[in-house]
Write a protein that binds this ligand. Structure first.
Ligand code: FA5
Length: 346
């Protein structure tokens, strides 16, 4: 029996020495150590030996089993390491380099402000709706008291859509402001109304530090019995206080928009020069963020509201100018130029 064990040992180790592939090791293991392997069979046959011989042979066979198992483990390790070394020599992959951290995305500054503004207005009882960016001339101009050839059309340099109707007119455009949503909303609903309508608007104009050709506006509209200019000012003051804090100064001035009467613009003191005048505010000390006013009676009549019963206020706010004020951004063109060095700061 002992001689047989010695034979198995030298044959098994010889064979193992000559194996060069990890996958060959498995059939070697099955051949010697598997359930039907040479050594396992031999261990099973021990019971037929006389008792003294059985003890000695059993101990020797178990010792051989451990030895073969250890030899197998050593060989596996050896081949694995050799395989890795080969792989490393063949490729330019350096597995010892630390991994690259996964980049987490973040919200765009415009989205952040849009959400903050939404929260503030919603706390004041305003709902929010969205509307189309491709608009009809009727909603963008006509229904807002800006007929063909009205000089106010020049205030909103327009990008027209290349579409002609049967009369040969081109009535479709990229909306130049969110005010057409006032009409669309009032057509569908009856007072009382308190709504904000955010979205993209487009203008065919040269860009500079405070002007883009695509930007966001938030339109606001409140219509009810007894709404006055005091409500307009109160709402916008409160909005400015909640968004910018108590330190920022707010200024209202008369302004002209054909669809409101009276009309105003609201400005915040410049964050860069603290109101002294600089490049960002064009030397004025103030940055205009919105136009507003009391909804014109003709606009109310156009949607079948009686201006003797209902009055309302409306405002249209340039969204990008708000993060500019809040975070001290000195060029609006940074917002949509997709420069990660800028975007990663928020
Ligand atoms: C309007 O667009 C009016 N619809 C606002 C309005 C609504 C008045 C309701 C009355 C009642 P205006 O063209 O001034 O107005 O634009 C409103 C705001 O949009 C400006 O105060 C400014 O903050 C922003 N804005 C205007 N042009 C640009 C531009 N090219 N780039 C970035 N922001 C702009």
């Amino acid at each position: 029996m002992i001689t047989t064990l010695e034979e198995i040992k030298s044959r098994a180790l010889d064979e193992l020495r000559n194996l060069n592939e990890l996958k060959e090791l498995e059939s070697w293991r099955v051949g010697y150590l598997g359930r039907k392997g040479t050594l396992t069979q031999l261990l099973r046959g021990l019971s037929s030996l006389p008792i003294e011989e059985r003890r000695e042979a059993g101990a020797a066979a178990n010792k051989l089993k451990s030895l073969l198992e250890q030899a197998l483990a050593d060989k596996q390790e050896l081949l694995r390491k050799a395989g890795l070394d080969k792989l490393l020599q063949q490729s330019s992959l350096d597995v010892t380099l630390p991994g690259r951290p996964a980049q987490l995305g973040r919200l765009h500054p415009t989205t952040r402000i849009l959400r903050q503004a939404g929260t503030i207005f919603s706390a004041m009882g305003f709902e929010a709706v969205e509307g189309p960016e491709v608009e009809w001339d009727y909603y963008n101009f006509e229904a807002l008291n800006i007929p063909q050839d009205h000089p106010a059309r020049d205030m909103w340099a327009t990008l027209w859509i290349d579409y002609q109707n049967e009369e040969g007119e081109r009535p479709m455009l990229l909306r130049t402001h969110t005010s057409p949503m006032q009409i669309r909303f009032m057509e569908r609903r009856q007072p009382p109304i308190r709504v904000i309508m955010p979205g993209k608007v487009y203008r065919y104009e040269a860009t500079d530090a405070t002007h883009e050709s695509m930007f966001y506006q938030i339109e606001g509209l409140a219509v009810d019995k007894g709404i006055s200019m005091a409500h307009l000012k109160g709402t916008l003051y409160e909005f400015a206080r909640r968004l910018f804090g108590l330190d920022r100064k707010v200024r209202f001035r008369c302004d002209y928009f054909p669809f409101v009467e009276p009309g105003v613009d609201m400005a915040i003191d410049c964050f860069i020069c603290q109101g002294n005048g600089c490049r960002v505010c064009g030397g004025e000390g103030w940055i205009e963020i919105l136009g507003a006013g009391m909804v014109h009676p003709d606009v109310l009549r156009r949607v079948d509201y009686d201006p003797e019963i209902y009055t309302g206020f409306a405002f249209g706010m340039g969204l990008e100018r708000i993060p500019m004020l809040k975070y001290g951004i000195d060029d609006i063109r940074l917002f949509y130029s997709n420069d990660l060095r800028f975007l990663e700061q928020f």
